[in-house]
Design a protein around this ligand. Structure first.
Ligand code: HEM
Ligand code: HEM
Length: 187
């Protein structure tokens, strides 16, 4: 089975590999879930809030773990070439935007861990718990929550613009960019 993300043939491929596409849309779904949950904490009745904050944290850790694996793998597997006629500005912009998205997928959960652990919260993974035993420290967890919130909005904003750019390319420029990351559009 050939994997079009291999450095060797990536440049002749027209779309991302199946694994890259699976990773992209799995992470997208997880981020939408974790982000929507984070924004809903204020609406959740106080007694059940710790349960949902734990779900938020555990699924957020999955986003972090997948991003670390994906970035490690990405260094050895170049993305496919841009479709012919892709404007120079798009080529120049997309590279830093993609790396900034990856950076946010790492730093946002890491700051979340600080906000969580320094609030004396334990991770409940269902079968086992992980408690670092750190004493609650209000200045630390409040500062971390602020930064976490700021980074979350940055991720939502940047990912929103990135998604809009993909839709613009698909519907207005009609240049096949979305098809490169679309599971059912592989040639
Ligand atoms: C993709 C990953 C993540 C996203 C998109 C995300 C997003 C958010 C959002 C939008 C909020 C609400 C901010 C506000 O308006 O106040 C929040 C709160 C929070 N997040 Fe995350 N988060 C992620 C991962 C994590 C992880 C991995 C942890 C911990 C291990 C974590 C811990 C927290 C904590 C402790 C809060 C504050 C809860 C409270 O109000 O007490 N987050 N997050
Ligand atoms: C949480 C939301 C999202 C995140 C974090 C995200 C992240 C990323 C990243 C990091 C890449 C670069 C992949 C690589 O080269 O390794 C990428 C590519 C791509 N994404 Fe997203 N994405 C999100 C949402 C979306 C949405 C909503 C769409 C479409 C409507 C979309 C369409 C695409 C396309 C078409 C590419 C390939 C771009 C190219 O060929 O250069 N993404 N995305």
């Amino acid at each position: 089975m050939t994997d079009s993300s291999n450095t060797q043939d990536a440049h002749s491929a027209t779309s991302y590999s199946r694994s890259a596409i699976l990773y992209h849309w799995t992470s997208f779904a997880l981020i939408v879930f974790v982000g929507a949950l984070g924004l809903s904490f204020g609406l959740i009745p106080r007694p059940s809030r710790p349960f949902w904050i734990n779900i938020h944290a555990v699924v957020g850790l999955v986003v972090l773990a997948l991003a670390v694996l994906r970035i490690g793998w990405r260094f050895g597997h170049a993305p496919p070439d841009y479709p012919e006629g892709t404007p120079a500005l798009t080529r120049k912009l997309s590279v830093p935007v993609h790396w900034l998205l990856y950076a946010l997928m790492i730093v946002l959960p890491l700051v979340g861990i600080v906000a969580y652990v320094w609030h004396a919260r334990a991770f409940d993974f269902g079968l086992f718990k992980v408690d670092f035993g750190v004493a609650s420290n209000k200045p630390v967890y409040e500062a971390a929550e602020e930064i976490h919130e700021l980074l979350a909005y940055s991720l939502f904003g940047l990912a929103g613009l990135h998604g809009l750019a993909a839709l613009f390319h698909h519907f207005i420029r009609n240049d096949g960019t979305l098809g490169r990351m679309w599971p059912w559009a592989r040639g």
